[in-house]
Unconditional design. Sequence first.
Length: 937
Amino acid sequence: MKYNFNEIEAKWQKYWAENQTFKAENLSEKPKFYALDMFPYPSGAGLHVGHPLGYIASDIYARYKRHKGYNVLHPMGYDSFGLPAEQYAIQTGQHPAVTTEANISRYREQLDKIGFSFDWSREVRTSDPSFYKWTQWIFIQLFNAWYDHDAEKSRPIVELVAIFEKEGNQTLNAACDDDTPAFGAQAWKEMSEDDKERMLLHYRLTYLADTEVNWCPALGTVLANDEIVNGVSERGGHPVVRKKMTQWSMRISAFAERLLQGLDELDWPEPLKDIQRNWIGKSVGAQVSFKLKGHEEEISVFTTRPDTIFGVSFMTLAPEHELVKKITTEAQKAEVEAYIEATSRRSERERMADVKNITGVFTGAYVLHPFTGEEIPVWIGDYVLAGYGTGAVMAVPCGDQRDHDFAGHFGLPVPNIFEGVDTSEEAFADKEHTVIANSGFISGMGYKEASAKVIAELEKIGQGQGKINYRLRDAVFSRQRYWGEPFPVYYVNGLPKMIDAAHLPVELPEVEKYLPTETGEPPLGNATRWAWDTVNHTVVDKAKTDHKTIFPLELNTMPGWAGSSWYFNRYMDAGNTADFAAQDALNYWQDVDLYIGGSEHATGHLLYSRFWQKFLFDFGLVPVQEYARKLINQGMILGTSAFVYRLENSNVFVSKNLVGERAVQPIHADVSMVNASDELDMEAFRSWRPEFAEAEFELEDGRYIVGREVEKMSKSKYNVVSPDDICREYGADTLRMYEMFLGPLEQAKPWNTAGITGVHNFLKKLWKLYVAQDGLCVTHDKATADNLKSLHKTIKKVEEDIENFSFNTSVSTFMICVNELSAQKCHSREVLEPLVVLIAPYAPHIAEELWGLLGHESSVAYAPFPVFEEKYLVESTKEYPVSFNGKMRFTLELSLDLSREEIEKAVLADDRTQKQLEGRTPKKVIVVPGKIVNIVG
Ligand code: ANZ
């Protein structure tokens, strides 16, 4: 019987599906284990071999945990709202739901072929109304909440209203917008209902506000900071500009400290945690108010170095700072306005990155130094960011490089308060010893002490206090797109109202066109049926809008990260229609024990989801604050791209080794058109794309040789390898083991099919231990010591490897084991049966088949994991090297239990000893038990 992998794999995939083998129970006596993969966006290109790497690893772990007696939750779903389906809709008119459905079917087919042990009964799709109903519901909960910094938690908005009624907002320590006005209880009571609503928006955890956003004209939407890379959109590489728009935002900044602290308890890769720490960007310092000369207002700055206050020689405001217009003198007006106009065209990142071009303008205004009363000129400069701190800095040219460069450029004074002081980084690390010289009442103090003293003095005169700043900004939550979650929001007098939770979901309306409307409204502006009837609680024709009972609905949709911020909780009880998940299911599953996915989500999904989880926790809706205890970032699989070289301005393609110094343009050629010797199939290339139909080739030895380069595997680089082809040719078990064999899970590694036959041959060899020409060849023979040693060595190593997520080393361990057992001609059931279980997490199909052949009627998936026994590894004999006058002549196997005398006796009794001695009596016999025997004579 041959190892017919295609047949075997199809058979078991069908069996698992029909028997729901991997369905997890929500309540079980068994301990739980939750293994989660980052769910994919179902793109039109389907999966390439890089995608399943993490899924295979988590699947091995999930299967292992089932063998270890755990009730394992291992779900899969789709992050199915998103741009590509919408772009396709814009081009072709095909509804994104149709595209998405087709892509999901293809993904599912591909995933099924790899033999994952997913519990498909829990599948989620973020674009499904039964799912986004709960995304909308959570949005409403966030709207109805505020953040209490004293209690360090989110609280219901009704409690905030109660506080306002009693004492206004002045005693409150709540997260709110910077421009929130102060008011007392009486003033609150006197406010109109609309004004009260407007006031509450300053506090709600999701709020509508005019914000400076990153507007991407090419994509027609705003982007979050993490969606912009090097100043252009991550998707498509389009320019991004700053623009003020009314947008929904999420008050994630309120959670900055908890998001930071929470990292300490997580078993996540350190580099990833560091990325989050930097993104949150905590700075400890002070806020200082400078009185303006000739104006009522004050300018407030944030500084991490209050100790440098005596070194301030000018002040720089961000060009967008709200006081700029007011304080600019007539004489400076034209110059200031021109400068503001020029900076509005630069992105925040560009401004931060550009340290070479120093630009700025004097406003003509002065502030007064809080301690010396000295007049300090106020400048504007684009190195100061509007969105950080207060958007203003006290410039200390002798302490800050940017201030120094600015002063140098404009010829401003550079007073030196650090005369003779070590200001190196090391000196600051040793905070107690850096001494501040020549600076007012802090002369001679260490930097920390000096800072504290300055803050205390500022407090005395009411011009400052200690302040902690976070770089983390509130996250813009609106997108001007069609294919996203609609907001459960309608507008009365321009104020947002939530649709009652009982009437969710608010389903995405049909539109004729997926583009923005002629008047620049988002695509939902094209919907004719898109108004909210507050009497019948339903969506009705827009034409019926009367602003009495029928109101306009929100036209924006939610961003890509909405659904992924909570989907892991939905898996715990995916079918629930009454709740996003039942409390008992949430209490049973608690959190994700193992989360595997890409590190590129560090400042997006992985931060937003932690924020939502903390919010849900505060409201008693989930049992834990951190949803993923352990996280692993799988490394990227790299592809080997192929390049052809086109002579510039011609249609001639030059073979790689003929290029020399000539000016050529390298162009990606699809790797499927290139063979193992790097030869291009020229005919295939000509018919690949119309622009190459007339291609001419300059050949070497009659062949066109392509250039090769290892890059990220990606459809856009035409270097993808499809898992389907591998499954067809070698089987899924080979694919699974091979992907693991490529190298450590966390490392980036090139895909290279050269080794795949080796792994495939290994599986064939494994098969042969069990199955001969005429069927099963497993015997009831007693296993030999060697057989058991090979087995137990393998159990020990594989178990350790899995626990350490070192899957690549397990694969080689299996290879060694099978080689040894083959050499030992081992067919003993005592050894081969446990071996099936051992390998089942890696190669589940062949394992099921062999398990069945061994006579088992149920799946191998729940068979207990073999138990390692040390005794089989302990050696009972020793091959003694026997030497004569120091020269080794032969070896003799003896029991390790023998005494020195018994060893000597046995050696002397051996024929070979007698032959060496040729009748002489040895002078001396040296025996080191367990090591050597040396005969001198
Ligand atoms: C005086 C000073 C003296 C400063 C000195 C630094 C060194 P981090 O650590 O990033 O929080 N700053 C404040 N707001 C800013 C803004 N909106 N745009 C650009 N720079 C801003 O940095 C805080 C420091 O960056 C602050 O401390 C301020 O300069 C500057 F020897 O104040 B410092």
